[in-house]
Design a protein around this ligand. Sequence first.
Ligand code: FES
Length: 103
Amino acid sequence: MGELIRVAAASDIPPGTAKIVQAKGEPVAIFNANGKFYALHNTCLHKGGPLGEGFVDEAACTVECPWHGWAYKLETGEKVDDASKKVRTYKVVKKGSDVFVEV
Ligand code: FES
């Protein structure tokens, strides 16, 4: 089991937004879709774009890479149109007003 690291205040990541954090030296993108938090490795599998700067589609629960538009499911990290490509996901826990990821 990994270690829970506090990475943000929940109020720093309102619904429909994301924030890039460092958790034990790993760049992790934390997303809020409809009040629920998700975490993916920040690095797009295509050419390394920063997923935490991408467009969060709350209805679809996906993020679109800001560089060339690859879209990933926030729940599983799978590329929307090709599940064989998958970015790492992390467990996210909200405790009180803080957000933690497990690394
Ligand atoms: S780097 Fe993400 S779509 Fe190209």
